[in-house]
Design a protein around this ligand. Structure first.
Ligand code: CAA
Length: 285
């Protein structure tokens, strides 16, 4: 699979497009409009710039990788792809809509359709297409160019051949490590991570400890690279809430229910790093 399509060029889509280009694949990224294209393009340029500054690639390699990415606003541009990875925001209706559209423009029956969803069962997306056996979850972690893991999620209808191809793509082509998950909301990582993040938010909300102390407790006491509130800011409060809602809808367990503070912050547009303010402020985002 050498011709890759990525739908959505936000935090995750831009990282996925970047790692595909760095793996010498031909990448077409589709965004909803020109404003989305220019934000996505800038994110990829910045991340490639950080990779050069960190000595992970040369300036020439950066230019070659960037040239492998084409930006489009017409989903029809994906018609000749071997694999399309959907990475739009964590909204079930939107993702179902994207899967329907991609399914229409892709004619070749061999093409694989993957979702980077963090939490929505793959079956719900697969059933929006005429090829549920070709639909699989490939869930990357933020920042995708840095974190080595991909969750491989197969639905009841994903064919073994699709699963094997997706696994080869993630491990051999992208050089990621995979963990396999059944098709349950949240898969492995978010089913564990989200209750932890929500607990930290409840702890802050109840006045139990300050944000700085909650985070320092986990960084210095448990050697996590970031504390839970800083991590929620990195993931995005809107995404965290959306993932929590998918988990709550699936399992109806209180530990997955978004706390009121998270809901109020999302309503206020305090979404974390991407908007310059979440639990912390990011003046130079
Ligand atoms: N390309 C390649 N390498 C890069 C890079 C880039 N764009 N940007 C940074 N790096 C490299 C750096 O060179 C460095 O490498 P070395 O260790 O070899 O020196 C490494 O990545 C770390 O980068 P920095 O030193 O710049 O930054 P840091 O040490 O402060 O780490 C972090 C930043 C990687 C974000 C780290 O804090 C971290 O891992 N945090 C936790 C992130 C996490 O948990 N993410 C998962 C979120 S959950 C999710 O995504 C799923 C979901 O569905 C919600």
């Amino acid at each position: 699979m050498r011709r890759i399509g990525v739908v959505g060029c936000g935090l995750m889509g831009s990282g996925i497009a970047e790692i595909c280009a760095r793996a010498e694949l031909d990448v077409i990224v589709v965004e909803a409009d020109e404003a989305g294209v220019s934000i996505g393009r800038r994110q990829i340029e910045n991340s490639l710039g950080r990779a050069v500054a960190a000595g992970k690639m040369s300036g020439t390699q950066r230019a070659v990788a960037f040239d492998r990415i084409t930006f489009e606003t017409d989903i029809g541009a994906l018609h000749d792809r071997d694999l399309v990875i959907e990475a739009v925001s964590e909204d079930e209706d939107l993702k179902v809509h994207v899967f329907k559209q991609v399914d229409k423009v892709i004619e070749h029956e061999k093409v694989l359709l993957a979702s980077n969803t963090s939490s929505i069962p793959i079956m719900k997306l697969a059933m929006a297409t005429r090829r549920p056996e070709k639909v699989v979850g490939l869930h990357f972690f933020n920042p995708a160019p840095v974190l080595p893991l991909v969750e491989l999620v197969t639905s009841l209808l994903t064919s073994p051949e699709t699963a094997a191809k997706a696994e080869r793509f993630a491990t051999t082509t992208l050089r990621k490590r995979i963990v396999r998950s059944k098709d349950r909301a949240g898969f492995v990582v978010n089913a564990l991570l989200i209750p932890y993040l929500l607990s930290a938010i409840r702890m802050l909300e109840s006045g139990f400890a300050t944000a700085e102390d909650i985070d320092a407790g986990m960084v210095d006491g448990c050697a996590h690279p970031m504390g839970p509130l800083a991590l929620t800011d990195l993931i995005g409060l809107d995404t965290t809430k959306a993932v929590a809602e998918s988990l709550y809808e699936e399992f109806k367990e209180a530990l997955y229910a978004p706390p009121p503070l998270l809901s109020r912050m999302v309503e206020a547009g305090l979404l974390g790093r991407k908007t310059g303010r979440g639990f912390y402020e990011y003046p130079n985002r």
